[in-house]
Ligand binder design. Structure first.
Ligand SMILES: Nc1nc2c(ncn2[C@@H]2O[C@H](COP(=O)(O)OP(=O)(O)OP(=O)(O)O)[C@@H](O)[C@H]2O)c(=O)[nH]1
Ligand SMILES: [Mg+2]
Length: 357
């Protein structure tokens, strides 16, 4: 027998995982609500299902009423118990779940009826299912796309340029930190006539210093490369007359704990706007992992990058509604300085959900 545990944000998702992995003959052993403990106060209730295939029905029914048997303790039996048995609740639940499972399999088969086209449409745009369900629940049954857009326009947080003079560009490898910093440096110099300097902390990757140096040279602005927190703080104090100091950082996997700890040493006692960059096409799981790691650095603003490479834009809405960090810019290509635009609530909604109601 194969027993597996599945966790998802809704019963439907968890059942769908069971169906996909274990097939139609899977039996639900237990379900419970668990906390997604990854985000502290942001943690969400999750559904955990334990399911099995190739189980020996006789074996489990034999042990079902033995209080010492594992099956009794966990409610492994899959048939209804006689009236009066204290396990009847669990058993009834299992029957109910089996029914739901069958309905789910039927609903996802060929010719399946779509029960809520608006829900399907929002999910197909890349908005996380649990959020879609929450929004639709809040709006009631008779809702339409116009009311979804209306509620989102009240919830989405964007910000104009950060007010602090020091902007720090953070994010995992290759998300576009250096390129975006160069775009912002160019527009700060040419469009806003700001006095700008660049500092790079990225001495880890071969060529990283040269990359920053070249942009600084083209823009004719000061450039510094530093390797320790004290050198960084010393450089900042020498740049007090600058209007904007853009700090490029080395990218590393969000799973690398030492990297985040090492970075945070640079910013203790420094007033800076820490900006996290994330490609629009980031999947939910990677988004959560990145946020879990980088939230330790007190992120104040988001820049979503590589919008030109994304097929859907629901990640913008998912991220904004879940993590509540204002979005300042979207980047739309590799060209420096052209491919960047300020984020506004209306362009996020239009990109994510289209023009039509
Ligand atoms: N399509 C597309 N490519 C982009 C965008 N922004 C950056 N890139 C490309 O992404 C690649 C990585 O960009 P970098 O700016 O070097 O990324 P990084 O985050 O500094 O990378 P590391 O320092 O290595 O972590 C380069 O090829 C960029 O041209 C964008 O908005 N769209
Ligand atoms: Mg870089």
């Amino acid at each position: 027998m194969q027993i597996k545990t599945y966790t998802a944000q809704s019963m439907r998702d968890a059942l769908s995982q069971v169906k996909n992995e274990l097939g139609r003959d899977a039996v639900i052993i237990s379900t419970r609500e668990v906390k997604d403990g990854r985000f502290g106060i942001l943690s969400q209730p999750m559904i955990e299902i334990i399911a099995a295939v190739d189980y020996d029905k006789g074996l489990y029914n034999t042990h079902a009423c033995d209080p010492r048997s594992p099956s009794h303790r966990t409610g492994y039996q899959t048939d209804p118990l006689p009236e009066g048995d204290d396990q009847i609740g669990i058993s009834g639940e299992i029957i109910e779940l089996k029914k739901m499972m069958r309905e789910l399999i039927a609903a996802s088969g060929p010719g399946a009826q779509k029960t809520n086209p608006l829900r399907d449409r929002l999910i197909s745009r890349g908005i996380r299912q649990s959020l879609v369900d929450l929004i639709l629940r809040k709006l009631g049954k008779t809702t339409d796309m116009a009311s979804v857009k209306d509620i989102l326009s009240k919830l989405i947080r964007t910000m104009e340029v950060p007010r602090d003079p020091v902007w720090v560009f953070l994010g995992t490898t290759g998300v576009g930190k250096t390129t975006t910093m160069a775009k912002i440096a160019a527009s700060s110099v040419f469009n806003e006539s700001k006095r700008v300097a660049i500092i790079t902390l990225d001495t880890y990757r071969i060529g990283a210093v040269d990359q920053g140096k070249i942009y600084a040279k083209i823009l004719n602005i000061p450039f510094f490369s530093v390797t320790t927190p004290s050198e960084f703080k010393g450089t900042l104090s020498r740049l007090k007359d600058m209007d904007r100091i853009l700090v490029d950082t080395m990218g590393r996997s969000a799973l690398c704990d030492e990297y985040i700890t090492g970075l945070s040493d640079y910013f203790t006692g420094v007033a800076a706007c820490k900006i996290l960059l994330m490609p629009v096409a980031t999947r939910d799981r990677e988004m959560d992992i990145t946020m879990k790691s980088f939230s330790r650095l007190d992120i104040r603003s988001m820049i979503f990058t590589k919008a030109d490479e994304a097929a859907t834009f629901g990640s913008l809405i998912t991220h904004n509604l879940l993590f509540r960090i204002p979005i300042s810019y979207l980047t739309t290509g590799q060209r420096v300085p052209e491919d960047i635009e300020p984020a506004t609530t209306s362009n996020i909604i239009t990109l994510s959900l289209g023009e039509t109601a």
